[in-house]
Design a protein around this ligand. Sequence first.
Ligand code: MN
Length: 258
Amino acid sequence: MGRVCLVPVALDAQRCGYALGQSRKVVMSYVFAPSPIPSVPVAGRTQRFPVHRVYCVGRNYEEHAKEMGFTGREPPFFFTKPADAIVPAEPGETITLAYPSLTRNLHHEVELVVAIGNGGANIRAADAHHHIFGYAVGLDMTRRDLQNDMKKQGRPWCVGKAHDASAPIGTITPVAQAGEVGSAALWLQVNGIDRQRSHIGQLIWNIGEVIEHLSAAWTLQPGDLIFTGTPEGVGAVVPGDLMTCGIDGLVGLEVRVA
Ligand code: MN
Protein backbone atom coordinates (compact mmCIF):
# COMPACT_ATOMS: atom_id res chain seq x y z
CA MET A 1 0.00 0.00 0.00
CA GLY A 2 2.79 2.42 0.90
CA ARG A 3 4.26 4.60 -1.78
CA VAL A 4 8.04 4.49 -2.04
CA CYS A 5 9.82 7.78 -2.57
CA LEU A 6 13.48 8.41 -3.24
CA VAL A 7 14.49 11.52 -1.33
CA PRO A 8 17.82 13.31 -1.75
CA VAL A 9 19.35 13.25 1.73
CA ALA A 10 20.89 16.70 1.63
CA LEU A 11 17.50 18.29 1.03
CA ASP A 12 15.18 16.15 3.06
CA ALA A 13 17.17 14.41 5.79
CA GLN A 14 15.68 16.41 8.64
CA ARG A 15 12.14 16.02 7.42
CA CYS A 16 12.60 12.27 7.17
CA GLY A 17 14.27 11.98 10.56
CA TYR A 18 17.61 10.78 9.19
CA ALA A 19 20.95 12.24 10.22
CA LEU A 20 22.76 14.22 7.57
CA GLY A 21 25.40 12.24 5.75
CA GLN A 22 24.01 8.90 6.86
CA SER A 23 23.49 7.72 3.32
CA ARG A 24 23.15 9.10 -0.18
CA LYS A 25 19.53 8.13 -0.60
CA VAL A 26 16.73 7.50 1.87
CA VAL A 27 14.03 5.10 0.80
CA MET A 28 10.80 6.19 2.44
CA SER A 29 7.56 4.41 2.37
CA TYR A 30 4.31 5.85 3.68
CA VAL A 31 1.11 4.19 4.78
CA PHE A 32 -0.67 6.21 2.08
CA ALA A 33 0.45 8.59 -0.65
CA PRO A 34 1.53 11.93 0.87
CA SER A 35 -0.41 15.06 -0.06
CA PRO A 36 1.11 17.06 -2.89
CA ILE A 37 3.17 20.10 -1.91
CA PRO A 38 1.00 23.22 -2.29
CA SER A 39 2.60 25.59 -4.80
CA VAL A 40 2.02 28.89 -6.57
CA PRO A 41 2.90 29.77 -10.17
CA VAL A 42 5.68 32.30 -10.73
CA ALA A 43 5.42 34.93 -13.47
CA GLY A 44 7.76 34.24 -16.34
CA ARG A 45 8.96 30.88 -15.00
CA THR A 46 7.94 27.29 -15.53
CA GLN A 47 9.06 26.45 -11.96
CA ARG A 48 6.54 26.93 -9.17
CA PHE A 49 6.97 28.34 -5.67
CA PRO A 50 6.58 25.48 -3.14
CA VAL A 51 4.66 26.64 -0.07
CA HIS A 52 5.98 25.84 3.40
CA ARG A 53 3.78 27.87 5.77
CA VAL A 54 1.21 30.65 5.53
CA TYR A 55 1.51 33.46 8.09
CA CYS A 56 -0.94 36.34 8.35
CA VAL A 57 -0.71 39.72 10.07
CA GLY A 58 -3.74 41.01 11.98
CA ARG A 59 -4.97 44.62 11.81
CA ASN A 60 -2.09 46.17 9.89
CA TYR A 61 -3.92 49.17 8.38
CA GLU A 62 -5.19 51.89 10.70
CA GLU A 63 -8.58 52.38 9.03
CA HIS A 64 -9.23 48.63 9.05
CA ALA A 65 -8.25 48.42 12.74
CA LYS A 66 -10.81 51.17 13.38
CA GLU A 67 -13.57 49.42 11.43
CA MET A 68 -12.89 46.32 13.54
CA GLY A 69 -13.25 48.40 16.70
CA PHE A 70 -9.62 49.04 17.60
CA THR A 71 -7.49 52.17 17.68
CA GLY A 72 -3.86 53.00 18.06
CA ARG A 73 -0.66 51.26 17.05
CA GLU A 74 -0.26 47.89 18.68
CA PRO A 75 2.63 45.49 18.15
CA PRO A 76 1.98 43.31 15.09
CA PHE A 77 0.32 40.00 15.82
CA PHE A 78 0.10 36.90 13.72
CA PHE A 79 -2.07 33.93 12.92
CA THR A 80 -1.57 31.12 10.43
CA LYS A 81 -3.43 29.19 7.81
CA PRO A 82 -2.59 25.67 6.66
CA ALA A 83 -0.33 25.63 3.58
CA ASP A 84 -3.00 23.68 1.71
CA ALA A 85 -5.56 26.42 2.37
CA ILE A 86 -4.05 28.31 -0.56
CA VAL A 87 -5.93 28.31 -3.85
CA PRO A 88 -3.38 29.33 -6.49
CA ALA A 89 -4.59 31.05 -9.64
CA GLU A 90 -2.82 29.97 -12.78
CA PRO A 91 -1.88 32.94 -14.99
CA GLY A 92 -5.07 34.36 -16.50
CA GLU A 93 -7.32 32.00 -14.55
CA THR A 94 -10.45 33.07 -12.66
CA ILE A 95 -10.58 30.87 -9.57
CA THR A 96 -13.89 29.40 -8.51
CA LEU A 97 -14.27 29.42 -4.74
CA ALA A 98 -16.96 27.31 -3.11
CA TYR A 99 -18.87 29.19 -0.39
CA PRO A 100 -17.52 27.55 2.80
CA SER A 101 -19.50 25.66 5.43
CA LEU A 102 -20.80 26.98 8.78
CA THR A 103 -20.81 30.70 7.90
CA ARG A 104 -23.40 33.26 6.88
CA ASN A 105 -20.90 36.09 6.69
CA LEU A 106 -17.93 35.30 4.41
CA HIS A 107 -15.66 38.38 4.16
CA HIS A 108 -13.03 39.37 1.62
CA GLU A 109 -9.70 40.82 2.77
CA VAL A 110 -7.37 41.76 -0.07
CA GLU A 111 -3.71 41.68 0.96
CA LEU A 112 -0.15 41.96 -0.28
CA VAL A 113 1.51 38.57 0.09
CA VAL A 114 5.27 38.38 0.61
CA ALA A 115 6.90 35.17 -0.64
CA ILE A 116 10.02 34.22 1.32
CA GLY A 117 12.93 32.84 -0.71
CA ASN A 118 15.67 32.81 1.96
CA GLY A 119 14.84 31.76 5.49
CA GLY A 120 16.21 33.01 8.77
CA ALA A 121 15.52 33.92 12.39
CA ASN A 122 15.80 37.35 14.01
CA ILE A 123 16.01 39.11 10.65
CA ARG A 124 16.38 42.87 10.97
CA ALA A 125 13.95 45.05 9.04
CA ALA A 126 16.85 46.62 7.15
CA ASP A 127 17.96 43.17 5.93
CA ALA A 128 14.51 41.83 5.16
CA HIS A 129 14.74 42.46 1.41
CA HIS A 130 17.47 39.79 1.16
CA HIS A 131 14.88 37.21 2.18
CA ILE A 132 12.07 38.09 -0.23
CA PHE A 133 11.58 36.05 -3.41
CA GLY A 134 8.57 37.93 -4.70
CA TYR A 135 5.08 39.27 -4.11
CA ALA A 136 1.52 38.28 -4.91
CA VAL A 137 -2.03 39.46 -4.46
CA GLY A 138 -3.87 37.32 -1.93
CA LEU A 139 -7.24 37.05 -0.25
CA ASP A 140 -7.54 36.29 3.47
CA MET A 141 -11.07 34.91 3.24
CA THR A 142 -12.70 35.09 6.65
CA ARG A 143 -15.77 33.47 8.18
CA ARG A 144 -16.40 36.70 10.11
CA ASP A 145 -19.32 35.42 12.18
CA LEU A 146 -17.22 32.51 13.46
CA GLN A 147 -14.18 34.72 14.03
CA ASN A 148 -16.29 37.18 16.05
CA ASP A 149 -17.75 34.34 18.15
CA MET A 150 -14.25 33.07 18.90
CA LYS A 151 -13.01 36.59 19.75
CA LYS A 152 -15.86 37.09 22.21
CA GLN A 153 -15.04 33.83 23.92
CA GLY A 154 -11.29 34.46 23.92
CA ARG A 155 -10.77 31.37 21.76
CA PRO A 156 -8.42 30.87 18.79
CA TRP A 157 -9.48 32.27 15.42
CA CYS A 158 -8.73 29.11 13.42
CA VAL A 159 -12.31 28.23 12.58
CA GLY A 160 -12.89 31.76 11.26
CA LYS A 161 -9.61 32.19 9.40
CA ALA A 162 -7.97 28.88 8.56
CA HIS A 163 -10.72 26.95 6.82
CA ASP A 164 -10.23 25.03 3.58
CA ALA A 165 -9.59 27.25 0.56
CA SER A 166 -9.34 30.36 2.76
CA ALA A 167 -6.28 31.74 0.97
CA PRO A 168 -6.74 32.36 -2.77
CA ILE A 169 -3.50 33.72 -4.22
CA GLY A 170 -2.41 35.07 -7.58
CA THR A 171 0.74 34.31 -9.53
CA ILE A 172 3.90 35.41 -7.70
CA THR A 173 5.88 38.23 -9.31
CA PRO A 174 9.62 37.96 -8.55
CA VAL A 175 11.10 41.00 -6.79
CA ALA A 176 13.08 42.15 -9.83
CA GLN A 177 9.90 42.50 -11.91
CA ALA A 178 7.66 43.83 -9.15
CA GLY A 179 8.56 47.52 -9.09
CA GLU A 180 8.06 49.67 -5.98
CA VAL A 181 5.69 47.45 -4.04
CA GLY A 182 6.16 49.48 -0.84
CA SER A 183 4.18 52.37 -2.32
CA ALA A 184 1.85 50.46 -4.69
CA ALA A 185 -1.93 50.85 -4.75
CA LEU A 186 -4.04 47.84 -3.82
CA TRP A 187 -7.74 47.34 -4.43
CA LEU A 188 -10.60 44.89 -4.51
CA GLN A 189 -13.80 45.19 -6.49
CA VAL A 190 -16.90 43.05 -6.17
CA ASN A 191 -18.87 42.82 -9.42
CA GLY A 192 -16.94 45.81 -10.74
CA ILE A 193 -17.61 48.09 -7.75
CA ASP A 194 -14.84 49.27 -5.42
CA ARG A 195 -14.93 47.73 -1.94
CA GLN A 196 -11.30 48.16 -0.83
CA ARG A 197 -8.82 50.70 -2.16
CA SER A 198 -5.66 51.79 -0.38
CA HIS A 199 -1.93 51.57 -0.84
CA ILE A 200 0.87 49.56 0.67
CA GLY A 201 2.39 52.74 2.12
CA GLN A 202 -0.54 52.74 4.59
CA LEU A 203 0.70 49.57 6.32
CA ILE A 204 1.12 50.24 10.05
CA TRP A 205 4.04 47.78 10.12
CA ASN A 206 5.84 47.81 6.78
CA ILE A 207 7.18 44.73 5.01
CA GLY A 208 10.60 44.85 6.67
CA GLU A 209 9.11 45.39 10.14
CA VAL A 210 6.67 42.52 9.64
CA ILE A 211 9.54 40.20 8.72
CA GLU A 212 11.56 41.41 11.73
CA HIS A 213 8.73 40.69 14.18
CA LEU A 214 7.66 37.44 12.52
CA SER A 215 11.19 36.02 12.35
CA ALA A 216 11.66 36.73 16.06
CA ALA A 217 8.79 34.36 16.78
CA TRP A 218 9.34 31.70 14.10
CA THR A 219 12.35 30.76 11.99
CA LEU A 220 11.29 31.67 8.49
CA GLN A 221 11.84 29.07 5.76
CA PRO A 222 12.01 29.30 1.99
CA GLY A 223 8.44 28.80 0.82
CA ASP A 224 6.78 30.76 3.61
CA LEU A 225 4.03 33.17 2.56
CA ILE A 226 3.14 36.24 4.62
CA PHE A 227 -0.28 37.84 4.19
CA THR A 228 0.52 41.35 5.38
CA GLY A 229 -2.93 42.57 6.40
CA THR A 230 -5.94 44.18 4.76
CA PRO A 231 -7.04 47.82 4.44
CA GLU A 232 -10.50 49.12 5.30
CA GLY A 233 -13.58 48.16 3.35
CA VAL A 234 -13.85 44.47 4.23
CA GLY A 235 -17.29 43.05 3.63
CA ALA A 236 -19.38 40.06 2.71
CA VAL A 237 -19.56 38.18 -0.57
CA VAL A 238 -22.27 35.76 -1.65
CA PRO A 239 -22.43 33.03 -4.28
CA GLY A 240 -22.23 34.51 -7.77
CA ASP A 241 -20.03 37.45 -6.77
CA LEU A 242 -16.85 38.13 -8.75
CA MET A 243 -13.91 39.57 -6.81
CA THR A 244 -11.27 41.39 -8.84
CA CYS A 245 -8.13 42.18 -6.86
CA GLY A 246 -4.98 44.02 -7.79
CA ILE A 247 -1.74 45.57 -6.63
CA ASP A 248 0.21 47.86 -8.96
CA GLY A 249 3.08 46.00 -10.57
CA LEU A 250 1.83 42.51 -9.64
CA VAL A 251 -0.23 39.90 -11.42
CA GLY A 252 -3.91 40.41 -10.53
CA LEU A 253 -6.33 37.93 -8.97
CA GLU A 254 -9.92 37.12 -9.95
CA VAL A 255 -12.16 34.92 -7.84
CA ARG A 256 -15.74 33.83 -8.46
CA VAL A 257 -17.73 32.72 -5.41
CA ALA A 258 -19.81 29.65 -6.20
MN1 MN B 1 -6.28 39.59 6.98
